[in-house]
Design a protein around this ligand. Structure first.
Ligand SMILES: [Zn+2]
Length: 461
C-alpha cells in the first residue's frame, strides 16, 4: 500500500467507530428513507490472462462470464456497500483497492465496504505485491495483468455511479433457509492413527475410500436474506459454505456451479438482483459428490439452485426497524513456519512449477503487510434480527458455526473470502493435524482467538 492509500485507510478506520451505530433516518412522513441501489459489472479476464493466480492454464475461452454483483445501502449513516465477486481471491492491497474504488463511487469510506470473492478457480486470483515480486524475476511468470485489474476498478466505479440515481426505497427484509442435499463435505475426514490428516478429499474426488467416508462437519443450510420495496423483492443474497469448484484447470473461465445456479435464478427474476456468497468453506468442498465430470457440474448446479428456491420459499418479509454497520480490525500474526529467505529462494528457482514460485510470493506479500501493520477489517451489516457477517480469506467452517452460536437469537449469514491475504484460516485445533490447509496458512494458530474475538465484536448489533 502506498503512503496515500494507507493514510486514507487509517483516516477511514478512525471514522468507522463514530458512524457504526447511526440508525437510518426516517422521512418527514415517517416513511423509511432507506434506499438500496443494486449494481453489477463484468469481471471476465481477457484471453491469455492468468487463472488461479498463474498456476493453472491461463484463460482460453469463456464458458460463462464472471460478474461482480453488489448493492449500495443508503440512509443508514454513510453509504454501505456489499459486493460479491466471481474471482478466486483478492488479497492485501488489491482488496483495499477494490474497497476504495467502490467507496469513492458510493461516497463513503473503505471500512463501510465489504468485498467477498466466490472463489471459483478458473478465475483471477489477485495479489498486486506478489505480481511485482514475480515480475522482478523477468521470466514471464504472471499473477495478474495490471491493466485488466484497473479496468475492473473503473467498471466498479462506473457501475456504482450508474446505480445510485436508480436507488429503490427499501422497506422490508426477510430471512430464509433451505437444506442443500449432496453438495458439501468436509475435506479433512481422513484422520490417521497419528491424529494427522492422512489424505484430503478435494473439490473433485475419485478415491473410493474418501468418497465413502461421511460428509463430516458441514453446514447443510443455504441461507437467504432478501430486501423489498413494499411487496417487491429487489435483492436476494444467498449464502452457502462450500468450495465452488466442480472441475477446472483447462482455461475455460466459468462462474461454476454456484454461479450457474445464481444465473438460473436471476433469469427467472430479472427484477430482483441475486447475489451468491461463499460461506466459511476453507475445509469444505464437493468431493464426496463430485467426480469432476461435466455431468457433475450440471447436478451440483441443480442442487444449489434447489437450495436457493427452498430458502426463498421460507422468506417472510418484515418491516425494517433498525440498521447498523459494525467493523473490527485484526492483525493476526504470521505463521512462524515461514522463512523469508527460503521463500525468496523458492520464488527465484526457475525449476519450480509456477505454483511453488507464486505462492511463496504471496506469503512474502503477507509478511510485508504484517510488518506494515495493515489490518484486516471484519464487518457486519445488522438489519433487525439479521446479521450479514463478512469474514476474510479461506476461513474454516467452524468460524461460521461459532458465529451463529454466539448469537442464537439472531439470523447470521456468513460470507467468507473477503481480504484473501491470510490464505487458509484453520481453527487452532486443526494446526497439529496438519494437512494441506494448515501447510498453506499464512497466520499462526493465534488467529483462532483473534478472529473469534473479532467476530464476537462485530456481531454485537
Ligand atoms: Zn480454496
Amino acid at each position: 500500500m502506498n503512503a496515500i492509500t494507507r493514510r486514507r485507510f487509517l483516516a477511514s478506520s478512525l471514522s468507522a467507530s463514530a458512524a457504526a451505530f447511526a440508525p437510518f433516518a426516517l422521512g418527514a412522513d415517517g416513511a423509511s428513507a432507506l434506499r438500496l441501489a443494486p449494481f453489477r459489472f463484468d469481471v471476465t479476464p481477457p484471453i491469455g490472462h492468468p487463472l488461479c493466480g498463474g498456476w493453472i492454464t491461463p484463460m482460453v475461452d469463456c464458458a460463462d462470464p464472471l460478474e461482480a454483483i453488489g448493492f449500495v445501502l443508503l440512509g443508514a449513516g454513510s453509504p454501505i456497500v456489499v459486493c460479491a465477486v466471481d474471482w478466486t481471491g483478492i488479497l492485501n492491497e488489491a482488496h483495499l483497492a477494490w474497497r476504495t474504488a467502490l467507496a469513492e463511487a458510493a461516497g463513503t469510506t473503505p471500512d463501510r465496504v465489504a468485498v467477498q470473492c466466490v472463489h471459483q478457480h478458473d478465475a483471477p486470483f489477485v495479489c498486486l505485491h506478489a505480481e511485482r515480486l514475480v515480475a522482478e524475476q523477468q521470466d514471464g511468470l504472471r499473477v495478474v495483468e495490471i491493466e485488466f485489474f484497473q479496468q475492473c476498478l473503473d467498471r466498479a466505479r462506473a457501475a456504482v455511479k450508474t446505480a445510485l440515481p436508480k436507488a429503490r426505497s427499501v422497506t422490508h427484509v426477510a430471512r430464509g433457509e433451505g437444506r442443500v442435499e449432496k453438495v458439501a463435505g468436509n475435506r479433512r475426514v481422513a484422520i490417521g492413527p497419528d491424529g494427522k490428516v492422512a489424505k484430503m478429499r478435494g473439490s473433485a474426488c475419485r478415491d473410493a475410500e474418501l468418497v465413502a467416508m461421511p460428509e463430516g462437519l458441514i453446514d447443510p443450510l443455504l441461507k437467504t436474506v432478501a430486501f423489498y420495496d413494499g411487496d417487491e423483492k429487489i435483492a436476494a443474497c444467498h449464502y452457502y459454505a462450500t468450495h465452488p469448484m466442480s472441475h477446472y484447470g483447462k482455461g475455460h473461465v466459468s462462474s461454476d456451479f454456484v454461479g450457474l445456479a445464481r444465473k438460473q435464478r436471476q433469469k427467472e427474476e430479472p427484477g430482483c438482483t441475486h447475489l451468491y456468497f461463499t460461506g466459511a468453506a476453507g475445509n469444505i468442498a464437493a468431493g464426496k459428490y463430485n467426480d469432476g465430470s461435466p455431468e457433475a457440474r450440471v447436478q451440483l448446479t441443480e442442487r444449489i439452485y434447489r437450495g436457493i428456491v427452498a430458502a426463498e420459499q421460507s422468506l417472510k418479509p418484515e418491516p425494517i426497524g433498525k440498521v447498523s454497520w459494525k467493523t473490527h480490525e485484526i492483525l493476526p500474526p504470521t505463521n512462524p513456519v515461514w522463512d523469508a529467505g527460503k521463500l525468496r529462494e523458492m520464488l527465484a528457482n526457475k525449476k519450480n512449477v509456477p505454483a511453488n514460485r507464486i505462492r511463496p510470493a504471496m506469503v512474502l506479500a503477507w509478511m510485508q503487510r504484517m510488518a506494515n501493520r495493515t489490518p484486516i477489517v471484519l464487518s457486519a451489516l445488522h438489519v433487525n434480527g439479521i446479521s450479514l457477517l463478512h469474514l476474510p480469506a479461506e476461513s474454516f467452517l467452524e468460524y461460521q458455526l461459532r458465529a451463529q452460536q454466539m448469537q442464537p437469537g439472531r439470523f447470521v449469514a456468513t460470507a467468507a473470502y473477503g481480504d484473501g491475504g491470510p490464505w487458509y484460516i484453520p481453527i487452532k485445533d486443526a494446526y497439529p493435524q496438519g494437512g494441506y490447509e494448515v501447510s498453506v496458512a499464512n497466520c499462526s494458530d493465534a488467529v483462532d482467538e483473534i478472529l473469534t474475538r473479532g467476530i464476537r465484536e462485530v456481531l454485537q448489533a
